[in-house]
Structures are given as structure tokens and as C-alpha cells.
Ligand binder design. Structure first.
Ligand code: ADP
Ligand code: ASP
Ligand code: MG
Length: 407
């Protein structure tokens, strides 16, 4: 088999961990597999580098930020290659550029356009192991770009697709995908398998165990992901196509995202075009609006409330102050201490009463719901950030997610 392995920050967080990672690589080689290995920066390193830049200025240039943070992955790729070579393995490190990762030019959030992987393939065909830096590529002009936080997952899946690998093994500090973040709910249950679709919802709703884009790519190209622990070599969770053997419960997981801020525009004249007028300038600034609620209008005036990533809060407020003055709205208010909690499950399509159970559970804990949004396979509520852990726990219990199910 051809396997792309990815090792996250904690799996390469020290020399000792790099040795352990080399054990895993050597083990798979001994089983006769061909391997490309994608590595993250040592845990904490990306944050450390970003903090250094912020010591100089609050808004560092994004091209230079990319040049800076891309070094983290280069350190680990070289160290792992050195350790593998010491063991007599023909390993070689490749930067994003050397591995042929071509991206667009959106620094800090670049998207992979294609991977010119001939050089890597030649090394693999000659029996070597390729150790590739995750998280990075270069644009058409040769500028270094990075793929957004957690982007090494996406590097690994994209490389697996380009190399036509059989599977993408993602090694991390948990031994699988759980019904919710096991750091919040210790009795969360590990799933043997999860569909791309559900994993995509979980990831985009905040489950940072896999970067959303990596799941999107895996789903589009049907590249199975095995998410597993580098600390304990036990079977993890397979992310794959939905099939008969999967769970049929209404809800399969609870996700949360603290990275949210809420903005309310009050008393805006209600006529065709107001939503375009409000959200157009936000979109032009490259800001992603998430949950939107518009009230029924009274006396020709309406209120609009929406959420954006917390990091875009100040910029959005500045835009709204301007837009609202132009559109004659009464006031703009913001709150950057809200969070999103969601229940996810493909089974929701055929089960009713999920929303009611969710709202009852939150009410029983006195948690106020500020906004609600639904899709076919998820229900999301916006709540005060201080209630996130409590909300996740009560929902996990209400849907009895800790209980084993028929597989
Ligand atoms: P890496 O550095 O290896 O990429 P991450 O920190 O990005 O690791 O992702 C692993 C973490 O994701 C876990 O430690 C866990 O706290 C968190 N997590 C959030 N939701 C889930 C979930 N549903 N199942 C498993 N882990 C989850
Ligand atoms: N090192 C990068 C980050 O911390 C990419 C990754 O680890 O996936 O976001
Ligand atoms: Mg990660």
C-alpha cells in the first residue's frame, strides 16, 4: 500500500516524540508499505512564532507572517529525516515548494491548487521515504503561503489524493474521533467510523480535530482518513463514505466553537436590498458571516443579528458603523463573548423531536439561547461563551451519546 501519514504538533513536540514518530514510520515500512510523511511544527511553535511578530506590531504583513510560520514545519521535517536516516532509512525532507504544493496567493489562508509531485514520486519509487512539511506551499510568484491554522491535515489529504495513496493516516494526541471533545466530556465515546458528511459538519462547527478543508477534500475524492493516536497504536476512527454499517441514531456528535462574535443592527428600514447592503461590504472585506437572524419588521423597521469569527469582530464593527449610518439604522451593538454549540447527525433526516430535546436540555440548565440555525443534519445554537462546557455536557447526556450503539 501507499500510505500518507501525518503527524500533528504533539506527535513531533520533542526529540523524544520525534524518535517515537520514527518508530511508527519504521514499523509501517517494515510491513512493506510505501510512505510519504507530512509533519506539523512542534506543538506551540506556530503560536510562538506568531507572538514574536506581534511583539513588533499588532498587524504584521501577511506575506512575512507566512514566511515566518512556515519555518516551524521545516524544523520538524528535517529532524525526522535525520532520525530516519540514522536508522538506515533513505528518508529526505521536502519543503512545501520542493514537494510541489502550488497554492493561490491568499496569504495566511491559502488554498492548494495542485501538487506537482513528480519529484516526490521519484523518491518514493526509488524506495525512499518523503518527509514533507505540512501547512505550506508557494504561489505562482514563488511566495511562501500557509493554509490556515490546522492546515497540515489538509496538506496530508491533498498529498494522499495527488499520490493516489490508499489511505491517509492522521496521527494525533487522541485515539480517534469522539462523540464530542473528550477534554470537555471525559466519558465521550470513540466512533469506529464516521461519514465524510458528518465529519465535515463536526469540523466546520468547531471540532478542531481535523481541519474542515481536509475533510472537504477527502469527501470530494473519496480518500479515507484514519485518525489515530501516535501515543498508543490502537485502531482509531475511519472517516469514509456513509454506509449501512454506520450508526443510525439521530445524533452522533456535539461540536462547539468559541471563536464567535455577534453583531446586532437595530431599527434598519426594511426594504428590498438591505441584506445585500449590510453583508456586501462584509464579504468585500473577506469576512465570513455565519449565523444570520432577521426579525419580522415592525413599523417598517427591522433588526438583523449575525455572527463572524471573533478575530474579525473589530473590523466588522467598523464596517457596520459606516454601513448603518448610510442606511439610516438606529444602532449597532456587538458582543464578542458568544459561542456556538451544535448537535450533528445524518440520522436527524429520519428522526423528529431533536430540536425540542436540545432546547429542553439547555433550558433545564438555565442556558439562554441567543440564536438558532439548522440544516438537514445539524442544529446550532449561539449561547454566552461562559455556558459552552455546560451546554456540551448537558447535550451529550441528553442524547445519551456515551452509550454504545449497534454498529
Ligand atoms: P494535532 O496537533 O495533532 O493536529 P489538534 O489539537 O489539532 O491535534 O487536534 C486534536 C484535538 O482535537 C484533541 O486533543 C481534542 O481535544 C480535540 N477535539 C475536538 N473535538 C474532538 C472530537 N470530537 N474527537 C476527538 N478530539 C476532538
Ligand atoms: N503548525 C500549524 C498550526 O499550528 C499547522 C498544523 O499544525 O496543522 O496551525
Ligand atoms: Mg490539528
Amino acid at each position: 500500500m501507499l500510505i500518507v501519514q501525518k503527524f500533528g504538533g504533539t506527535s513531533v513536540g520533542s526529540i523524544e516524540r520525534i524518535r517515537r514518530t520514527a518508530d511508527i514510520v519504521a514499523g509501517e515500512l517494515a510491513r512493506g508499505h510505501r510512505l510519504a510523511v507530512v509533519v506539523s511544527a512542534m506543538s506551540g511553535e506556530t503560536n510562538r512564532l506568531i507572538a514574536l511578530a506581534h511583539e513588533l506590531t499588532p498587524e504584521p504583513d501577511s506575506r512575512e507572517l507566512d514566511a515566518l510560520v512556515a519555518t516551524g514545519e521545516q524544523v520538524t521535517a528535517a529532524l525526522l529525516a535525520i532520525e530516519l536516516q540514522r536508522r538506515g532509512i533513505d528518508a529526505r525532507s521536502f519543503t512545501g515548494a520542493q514537494a510541489g504544493f502550488r497554492t493561490d496567493s491568499s496569504h495566511v489562508r491559502a488554498r492548494i491548487q495542485h501538487i506537482a509531485c513528480e519529484r516526490l514520486l521519484a523518491h518514493l519509487d526509488a524506495g525512499g521515504v518523503a518527509v514533507v512539511t505540512g501547512f505550506q506551499g508557494t504561489d505562482e510568484q514563488g511566495n511562501i503561503t500557509t493554509l490556515g491554522r490546522g492546515g497540515s491535515d489538509t496538506s496530508a489529504v491533498a498529498l494522499a489524493i495527488a499520490l493516489k495513496a490508499d489511505i491517509c493516516d492522521i496521527y494525533t494526541d487522541v485515539d480517534g474521533i469522539y462523540t464530542t471533545d473528550p477534554r470537555i466530556v471525559p466519558n465521550a465515546r470513540k466512533m469506529a467510523r464516521i461519514s465524510y458528511e458528518e465529519m465535515l459538519e463536526m469540523a466546520s462547527l468547531g471540532a478542531k480535530v481535523l481541519q474542515t478543508r481536509s475533510v472537504e477534500l477527502a469527501m470530494r475524492h473519496d480518500m479515507p482518513i484514519h485518525l489515530r493516536s501516535s501515543f498508543e497504536l490502537v485502531p482509531g476512527t475511519i472517516v469514509t463514505r456513509e454506509d449501512e454499517s454506520m450508526e443510525r441514531a439521530a445524533i452522533s456528535g456535539v461540536a462547539y466553537n468559541r471563536d464567535e462574535a455577534k453583531i446586532t443592527i437595530k431599527g434598519i428600514p426594511d426594504h428590498p436590498g438591505i441584506a445585500a447592503g449590510v453583508f456586501g461590504p462584509v464579504a468585500d472585506a473577506g469576512i465570513n458571516v455565519d449565523v444570520i437572524v432577521q426579525n419580522i419588521s415592525e413599523h417598517g423597521l427591522t433588526d438583523i443579528t449575525f455572527t463572524v469569527p471573533r478575530s474579525d469582530f473589530r473590523a466588522t464593527m467598523a464596517i457596520m458603523d459606516k454601513v448603518c449610518a448610510e442606511m439610516g439604522a438606529k444602532s449597532v451593538a456587538g458582543d464578542d463573548s458568544v459561542a456556538k454549540v451544535s448537535v450533528v447527525g445524518v440520522g436527524m433526516r429520519s428522526h423528529s423531536g431533536v430540536a425540542r430535546k436540545m432546547f429542553d436540555a439547555l433550558a433545564s440548565e438555565g442556558i439562554n439561547i441567543q440564536m438558532i440555525t439548522t440544516s438537514e443534519i445539524k442544529i446550532t445554537v449561539v449561547v454566552d461563551e461562559q455556558h459552552v462546557d455546560q451546554a456540551v455536557r448537558v447535550l451529550h447526556a441528553a442524547f445519551e451519546l456515551e452509550k454504545p450503539r449497534e454498529g
